[in-house]
Ligand binder design. Structure first.
Ligand SMILES: Cc1cc2nc3c(=O)[nH]c(=O)nc-3n(C[C@H](O)[C@H](O)[C@H](O)COP(=O)(O)OP(=O)(O)OC[C@H]3O[C@@H](n4cnc5c(N)ncnc54)[C@H](O)[C@@H]3O)c2cc1C
Ligand code: HEM
Length: 398
């Protein structure tokens, strides 16, 4: 618990910290990686280069400082952080490394403004938040370990099936090397994987792309040009090869209720949509599915999605932004509000789930708002650190 004096200092200094938050977090990561090189491997270095992770941490610090005396307001945001941390097996000792590096970064950026009282207040505030996260993460680790087929930490999994889904996406099905069962997951959740590539340890998240079966997990990965993990999986991991896997996590899951379900995806963003659609249909819900791809060669899971029509009230619309001769999509060009409107039943409540590149998601969110879908019924997943989705005006494309 912070003292009243510490709380007052946080409130008084929050604006200056907010003003310099990205500078602080961009200073923080190099300090962390230099002083604690063992921690570097859990971070996706592309998210550092693109600035998305420093921005995500800066946003979290600003939100925390502005809500220092009403932490309840932060609960949803903290849930997302906990899920991401748990998926990467973040441990309490790593909070010490992060805390000392963050305090050093604050000192470097704000200089003389960081008096001993200010340093003391921010140190206490950090540990107040860290303790909340550590406790929440510990309870998630224990909960998952206690589930049938559950476990804690890394579990060795063997690749049992490798299936190309398109020119750029391949599915990888893993089963535990110990031969045991795996815990069920909620459709929409993702795995954390730990790969050892040329002596380097690399962590990545991948959405589960098939429904739970109790024995295996399937992920589907797009080969990124120059991408470390995706090229390793595509080119070097053969059936029989093993990787380390952390238990499933994530908040992008089907919301309870009877509302219609609209899934809007682009490119590899389709991965969590498949199990989500299957679950919604099994629950008797009306499902509409809009998928945007560049063209037929990179369009994955065609047969599986078509098969969903046998499972209930399902209709899909396929949109190619650059169709090739022989492609027969339902629509070409960009995903427009009119195309989305055709999938919404007037007078019925719809929950919308959106996954794709950031500009695509921003445009879809804007269009759904225009079409009257309440913003709190729109759910989305970032294939990277969470970012602000400013509505963008350019057309939507894969
Ligand atoms: C919750 C979640 C779910 C996800 N689900 C999926 C999924 O289902 N399927 C999927 O395919 N992905 C998914 N992702 C994304 C996935 O985690 C990886 O980010 C993705 O596979 C790319 O990783 P990589 O190691 O191949 O590429 P990275 O090595 O991280 O590189 C990414 C890009 O950055 C570029 N780059 C690398 N180094 C440099 C450099 N020095 N300078 C400039 N550019 C550089 C690369 O060329 C590449 O284009 C998900 C992510 C999250 C957070
Ligand atoms: C109070 C302390 C901390 C806060 C406020 C915090 C906040 C965050 C936030 C906001 C994200 C982005 C979540 C998302 O949008 O997906 C994140 C991700 C992450 N955090 Fe933390 N974090 C803290 C401590 C730690 C610690 C101790 C570690 C361990 C080294 C850690 C490792 C990570 C990693 C690896 C990611 C994913 C990064 C990526 O995808 O590149 N965090 N954290």
């Amino acid at each position: 618990m912070l003292t009243q004096a510490q709380t007052d200092i946080i409130k008084a200094t929050a604006p200056v910290v907010a003003e310099h938050a990205v500078e602080i977090t961009s200073t923080f990561y190099p300090i962390l990686f230099e002083k604690f090189p063992e921690v570097r491997a859990v971070f996706n270095q592309s998210h550092q280069r693109g600035g998305t992770q420093p921005q995500a941490l800066a946003n979290a610090i600003i939100a925390y400082a502005s809500n220092i005396d009403r932490l309840d307001a932060l609960k949803p945001a903290l849930r997302c952080i906990v899920e991401k941390h748990v998926s990467l097996n973040i441990t309490p000792d790593q909070y010490k490394a992060v805390g000392s590096s963050l305090m050093e970064a604050i000192g470097r950026v704000l200089g003389d403004a960081v008096t001993p009282d200010v340093a003391d207040a921010w140190g206490a505030a950090y540990w107040q938040l860290a303790d909340i996260l550590i406790a929440a993460e510990d309870s998630e680790y224990s909960r998952k370990a206690a589930l049938p087929g559950g476990w804690r930490g890394a579990r060795r999994m063997r690749l049992v099936e490798k299936t190309p889904e398109s020119a750029v996406i391949t599915s990888f099905r893993f089963a535990p090397a110990d031969g045991g069962p795996v815990m069920d997951f909620l459709p929409g959740q993702y795995l954390g994987v730990r790969l050892s590539i040329d002596g380097e340890t690399v962590h990545r998240n991948y959405s589960l792309s098939d429904s739970p079966d109790g024995r295996t997990y399937r992920i589907s990965v797009k080969r990124e040009p120059g991408g470390v993990a995706s090229n390793f999986l595509h080119n070097r991991l053969a059936v029989g090869g093993e990787i380390d896997v952390y238990p499933p996590a994530g908040e992008f899951v089907l919301q309870p209720g009877e509302a219609d379900v609209l899934l809007v995806t682009a490119g590899v963003g389709q991965t969590p949509a498949l199990p989500l659609a299957r679950q919604a249909l099994a629950d008797g819900r009306r499902v509409r599915y809009l998928h945007a791809a560049l063209n037929g060669t990179v369009h994955a899971f065609r047969g599986s999605v078509e098969g969903l029509a046998q499972a209930g009230d399902f209709r899909q619309v396929i949109c190619y932004s650059e169709p090739q001769p022989g492609d027969r999509p339902d629509a070409t060009g960009f995903v427009t509000p009119a195309l989305l409107a055709g999938l919404l039943e007037p007078g019925r409540r719809t929950d919308a789930y959106v996954v794709g590149p950031k500009p695509f998601m921003a445009c879809v969110l804007g269009a759904l708002k225009e079409l009257g879908v309440p913003q709190d019924r729109v759910f989305y997943e970032f294939f990277g650190p969470g970012e602000a989705l400013v509505q963008e005006t350019p057309p939507m494309r894969a």
